[in-house]
Design a protein around this ligand. Structure first.
Ligand code: TXA
Ligand code: MG
Length: 322
């Protein structure tokens, strides 16, 4: 299959046409690029799993074209309605009891469904013209780094999907915050641009379930192929000692505050140490280091406050090998 990269505005029509015929298309969102398909069409959703090589046990996020779909697809309680009002459209995904209309392939057979509404203007135009919910996981092959630019999607899924709609680089650069709504409390299943501090204003916040209720929350995720270790900055020769090669130019640094002298490659997450900028650069920087033919990527930890919590969660998953 030939994969075409198209731009808005003409690309929007093409994307909608393909969605309507049950084909998957890659679309920009404000977090990362998604691989979208008609959420109410199980055959279309199956093509997402196929293109990504994603296990069928890992459920998809459904993106709503408008607020009135919330109660058609799920059973939101009061808290969910208040969160939707505050954070939608935007980078918050809520896991809620499902309605029967949702195909089993979307929820992986669970009684809950993950819902969000994207704030990206191009995604919104596609969703509005399509007029139906769009299931969209990140547009990478399973377990790999999420794409934050159309070219990343192409390198992940070239030949596997018909169309990529190029909406430029994603503003947030990391995936949405996922909360499981439990009565008047929220369990954070994945940290993201909406922080726990912001959620606290709406009720009790429980941090991390250890992966019980989020099938896709395996330890190893967002992983570069190159080994990645989180370390306070030290000389690259130290980082490599104990490994066979030893030459310092074979290590790359994903830098937060240090200059990276002596490393074979350096990617600075944010020269001004701004966590927002760091989040937006994270996956692109990881991808470039992964493509630099290194033996090891050393990642410097970032401060674990605000967005830094979400960034550190991604780095720990990239470092895990399970
Ligand atoms: O920012 C985002 O959320 C992006 C953009 C494209 O919207 N999407 C995204 O989707 O990151 P994905 O599939 O890569 O990650 C969604 C995670 C998966 O780990 C999945 O297991 C979890 O959400 N999930 C989906 N439905 C769920 C459910 N009903 N209960 C618990 N976890 C669920
Ligand atoms: Mg993903």
């Amino acid at each position: 299959m030939k994969t075409r990269v198209v731009m808005p505005p003409s690309g929007i029509k093409e994307a909608v046409r393909l969605l309507s015929t049950g084909e998957p298309v890659a679309l920009p969102t404000e977090t990362v690029y998604g691989l979208g398909a008609a959420a109410l069409d199980p055959m279309a959703c199956a093509k997402i799993f196929e293109a990504k090589e994603r296990p069928l046990s890992d459920p998809l996020i459904v993106h709503l074209p408008s607020f009135d779909w919330l109660e058609k697809l799920a059973q939101p309680n009061d808290l969910a309605l208040r969160l939707a009002e505050k954070f939608w459209p935007g980078p918050l995904t809520m896991v809620l009891p499902r309605q029967a209309i949702i195909p089993d392939i979307v929820t992986a057979g669970q009684e809950t469904v993950a819902l969000r509404m994207s704030a990206h203007p191009v995604f919104q135009q596609v969703a509005e013209a399509f007029g139906q919910p769009i299931a969209a996981p990140s547009a990478n092959r399973f377990g790999r780094i999420s794409p934050t630019r159309a070219e990343h999607v192409l390198s992940e899924l070239d030949g596997r999907i018909p169309l990529i709609l190029d909406g430029g680089p994603c503003a947030h650069g990391i995936e949405s915050t996922i909360v499981l709504i439990r009565g008047d409390g929220m369990e954070v299943l994945r940290h993201g641009p909406v922080t726990a501090e912001e959620l606290l204003k709406f009720g009790r916040v429980l941090l991390g379930s250890g992966g019980i209720s989020a099938p896709g929350m395996r330890k190893s995720h967002y992983a570069p192929r190159t080994r990645l270790e989180i370390k306070w900055h030290r000389h690259p020769a130290d980082a490599l000692s104990g490994s066979s090669a030893g030459s310092q130019c074979h290590a790359g640094l994903l830098a937060w505050s240090s200059s990276g002298d002596g490393y074979g490659a350096v990617e600075r997450l944010s020269p001004t140490q701004d966590l927002r900028e760091a989040a937006a650069n994270l996956y692109g920087a990881m991808r470039r280091l992964d493509e630099a033919g290194l033996e090891l990527i050393v990642a410097e930890p970032v401060p674990e406050t605000g967005l830094g919590v979400a960034i550190m969660e991604r780095l720990r998953k990239a470092a895990a090998r399970d």
